[in-house]
Design a protein around this ligand. Structure first.
Ligand code: FAD
Length: 395
């Protein structure tokens, strides 16, 4: 039996990859969540009120039946005995032939006093979204700690619910990991024009202000106080490694895997947000898809190697098209060639980064989808680019 812990995109996609070739070996997925697989970006739309709970499940019940994939909901894996090949959960124990740990990640919360009082939230799953929705009734102001992609998307969703959004960011620009200075400035203007957002950039939260166990506001390091009804913390993720740690599996910040997605224990694999590959934790869907493909293939005995993933992120905010891929802010050196086209008034910014005539990174803000796809394909295929002008001005 193939046993998969975690029913996120990494777990379910590994099951799908296994089933492409192996139609018979039983697959059992165990998940702590009480809900069939859904794509996490969809919970932003749920939070915004754009879709209903019943629209969330990605696969129909018959899909699971036809593919002979059994899922046990609301069950937590506690410990794996790698030698005897037994998994203990909070309810049962299971014998397996091969096991995949796809336990994902949990949101990081900065270690501030009062970080757990009422009115402070993170968003990772459907239950979190439901808690936020019931809390925001009759509320007016949300403070968002962390203006990365997720923080901005949460802000957009809550702005659609009628809240004023105050975004706080430690770095002096928005989406610091996927945007450079110019891109971030143009994006900030676009967001402020379209939504009820106000930003404080380059700030550090020093204190949470609370009264009677309820959130009231924050105090910045420079002494400024900002008040709000709730605080959304969107400050990164921590790989969920507890199960691996409990079971003698090598971990660092994430579960350590080799290029076959194998852990240090035979027949135990891992992939997705919980893993660390060559010192890197990706935390994005494209990496989960690549890694689960490799895990699935190796589980059924095909030797496939993982080569790493070129990070690719798209901001899903209506009216703002932003995609950031690969190396977007290279060190100033002759190795890299940077081509920029921008129109601040129109909110357009296109940056292509080349190395040895191959595009290795891009920021595409306000570009047409067709062009974005083209650049994505060029990066993936590592095609040698001859004609710069043609590339940059094509519409
Ligand atoms: C709101 C939101 C929007 C996002 N948008 C994007 C986006 O637009 N683009 C992008 O690339 N990425 C996005 N991400 C990140 C992306 O969702 C993750 O990279 C992806 O979900 C990782 O998948 P995973 O299967 O590895 O982990 P998860 O999706 O976290 O799944 C892990 C599952 O394992 C379960 N589990 C954990 N421990 C146990 C245990 N001990 N026993 C049983 N079950 C357990 C958890 O309950 C969970 O269901 C977003 C994330 C969020 C939260």
């Amino acid at each position: 039996m193939y046993l998969i812990i975690g029913n996120g995109i990494s777990g379910i996609n590994t099951a799908e990859v296994i089933r492409e070739k192996d139609k018979e070996t039983p697959i059992l997925i165990i998940t702590e969540e009480g809900f069939p697989y859904y794509s996490r970006p969809q919970i932003i739309e749920f939070l915004a009120g754009n879709i209903k709970e019943e629209d969330l499940p990605f696969y129909s019940e018959s899909w699971y039946r036809e593919n002979k994939i059994k899922v046990l909901y609301g069950e937590k894996a506690i410990k794996i005995n790698g030698e005897k090949k037994i998994l203990d959960t909070n309810k049962e124990n299971y014998k397996f032939d091969k096991l995949l740990i796809a336990t994902g990640a949990i949101p990081f919360k900065p270690p501030l006093d009062n970080i757990n009082v009422d009115g402070i939230f993170t968003l990772r799953n459907l239950n979190d979204a439901k808690d936020i929705i019931s809390f925001i009734k009759n509320k007016e102001r949300v403070i968002i700690l962390g203006c990365g992609l997720l923080g901005l998307e949460i802000g957009r969703a809550l702005s659609q619910r009628g809240l004023k959004v105050i975004g706080l960011e430690f770095f002096p620009r928005l989406i610091p990991r996927q945007l450079d200075e110019d891109g971030a400035r143009i994006l900030k203007r676009k967001i402020e024009e379209r939504f009820n957002f106000e930003f404080y950039l380059g700030v550090r939260v020093q204190k949470i202000i609370s009264y009677n166990g309820r959130f009231e506001g924050i105090e910045l390091e420079d002494g400024r106080k900002i008040y709000g009804d709730l605080l959304m913390v969107s400050a990164g993720i921590i790989p969920n490694i507890d199960l691996a740690k409990n079971s003698g599996i090598s971990v660092n910040k994430g579960i350590i895997v080799n290029e076959y997605m194998e852990t240090n224990i035979e027949d135990i694999y891992s992939c997705g947000d919980c893993v660390e590959f060559k010192g890197k934790i990706y935390g994005i869907i494209p990496a989960s898809l690549d890694q689960s493909y490799v895990a699935g293939k190796n589980i059924i005995g095909e030797k496939v190697k993982y080569q790493g993933t070129i990070p690719s992120n798209t901001l899903k905010v209506t009216g703002i098209d932003l995609t950031s891929i690969g190396e977007i802010d290279p060190p100033k050196s002759e190795e890299f060639e940077v081509i920029i086209k921008k129109d601040e008034e129109k909110g357009f910014y296109r940056k292509l980064v080349l190395k040895e005539n191959i595009i290795v990174g891009a920021i595409l803000l306000g570009d047409k989808r067709k062009y974005v796809n083209k650049i994505q394909n060029l990066i993936k295929s590592k095609k040698i680019i001859e004609e710069r002008e043609e590339l940059i001005y094509e519409e």
